[in-house]
Design a binder for this molecule. Sequence first.
Ligand SMILES: [Mg+2]
Length: 174
Amino acid sequence: MKLFLPRYYVAGYDHVSVDRLKENGIRLLLCDIDNTLVSAFEPDPNEKVIRFIRQIEAAGIKVAVCSNSTRKRTLRFSEDLGIQKAYYFSFKPLPYNFIRAMHHYHVEPGQTALLGDQIFTDIIGGNAAGLYTILTNPVTVKDKTSTRLMRFFEKYVFIGLEKKYNFRKGVFDD
Ligand SMILES: [Mg+2]
């Protein structure tokens, strides 16, 4: 069950505390796109997303995008953010692209955070790889068809997390 438990739980990406990342020794932030930064139906980052990424980078933390989405979507989105390393078709929870990103930036799993909205891809994948996992409340309730089934099972995970760790859905750290 611990594999499902995020280290840090936020109401939205813009609630992520840069100080908290720094206190935990984070040097690289891997960011999911769909329903983490924007809904799955918006092709480009908005001003608020751009400001968030700039704020993280200004604190000396590198940012890379790690999405399960297509090449086209991931690269278009990342280009507008000026992000150099964008990993698409990541097949999270598999760690392949986490490892590539850490290798590129010469950081260890303990220095890497993963920000995402899904337990079954982002949190399990990040925890299994030893990353500092950050679960965000999804940007919208609208999911792609492929995500809907996961959301169904997520409900049961939240019930389990509450029983075992007193982790409560909707009760955020920030
Ligand atoms: Mg997502």
